[in-house]
Design a protein around this ligand. Structure first.
Ligand code: F6P
Length: 328
């Protein structure tokens, strides 16, 4: 392995996700293993611009593998979108003798990294950390598995009360542009309908489905709605619509919101984070840059950063069909 790189920085940026701490830990310990210095950057690109750095060693990351959130904190930096902000960030990196940087985040984070690399040829390596699972070039993003399990657990609880009162619940889950959480949590929790951004079901079909559901003898129902669903109505507007058009239903709404982003990562996410951190650091040491580490069919891979952000991950059509059959 080439030893040109002596000091690697790591930051977390954009929406946090469970497993980010485990990924920082892995980056730091892999650096220690290869006798490389590691530096943590607070508050993502904001901290990079301000030089808000902390030296990290193998012991500084003890006790974090099971912690949700990110101890380095995260931010969506407006300043890094400007050439002036990126120049300040570059100057901080050079002043602190940092040779390359590991970026843990989603598409916004990687877009910033790509622009930065094209301007300063500074080596960057991405680790996909977002609960949305909306990154191309990896089967799973960090935090997705945990968020999914959090959503299923919450929907199970809502199901209990829905059943007791013979009610219909619209449950909104996160997913601005993609419906991975909605589709998988919906199937996993036995939802009657699942509304995702990739498939515009239309309000009429939803109403027909609810009528059919009632006629088939179902007393309570759960409809899982992704944040970015294309039906064009919020969960509250959906409730109003059903209240007005289907008197037989007693409707309630539950927005799961940011609880899906918190909590202790699942074992899957901890292991994934550990593998991704090793792959990210060792790829930089091999002289690679402008990639995102990922896992395809459980094999660690590298995907060019521009491909990772351009092609959003596709929804699983087979699972959409399974969901249709299960709602019969
Ligand atoms: O990208 C992750 C995500 O949790 C999305 O699912 C959600 O739309 C968004 O972040 C919420 O962002 P914020 O925390 O800035 O409100």
């Amino acid at each position: 392995m080439s030893q040109i790189i002596k000091k690697i920085a790591v930051l977390t940026s954009g929406g946090d996700s469970p497993g980010m701490n485990a990924a920082i830990r892995s980056v730091v310990r892999t650096c220690a293993y290869h006798n490389i210095e590691a530096v943590g950057v607070y508050r993502g690109y904001e901290g990079l611009i301000e030089g808000d750095f902390v030296e990290l060693n193998a012991r500084s990351v003890r006790g974090v593998i099971n912690k949700g959130g990110t101890f380095l904190k995260s931010a969506r930096s407006k300043r890094f979108r400007t050439p002036e902000g990126r120049k300040m960030a570059y100057d901080q990196l050079i002043a602190n003798h940092i040779d390359s940087i590991v970026l843990i985040g989603g598409d916004g984070t990687f877009t910033g990294g790509l622009i930065f690399n094209s301007e300063y040829q500074f080596p960057v390596m991405g680790i996909p950390g977002t609960i949305d699972n909306d990154i191309n070039g990896t089967d799973r993003t960090l935090g997705y598995d945990t968020a999914l399990n959090t959503a299923v657990e919450a929907i199970d609880k809502i199901r209990d009360t829905a059943h007791s009162h013979d009610r219909l619940f619209f449950v909104e889950v996160m997913g601005r542009d993609v419906g991975h959480i909605a589709l998988n949590a919906g199937v996993g929790a036995g939802a009657e309908e699942i509304l995702i951004p990739e498939e515009d079901m239309g309000i009429d079909r939803l109403v027909e489905s609810l009528i059919r559901s009632k006629k088939s003898g179902k007393s309570s129902s759960i409809v899982v709605v992704a944040e970015g669903d294309k039906i064009g109505k919020s969960v509250f507007e959906l409730k109003d619509y059903v209240d007005e058009n289907l008197e037989e239903y007693d409707v309630r709404v539950s927005v799961l919101g940011h609880m899906q982003r918190g909590g202790s990562p699942t074992c899957y996410d901890r292991v994934l984070a550990s593998r991704m951190g090793v792959k990210a650091v060792e790829s930089l040491l091999e002289g690679k840059s402008n990639y995102m580490v990922g896992t395809i069919h459980d094999i660690m891979t590298l995907c060019p950063l521009d491909k990772a952000i351009k092609g959003k991950s596709k929804i699983n059509k087979e699972l959409v069909r399974v969901s249709d059959i299960m709602t019969t």
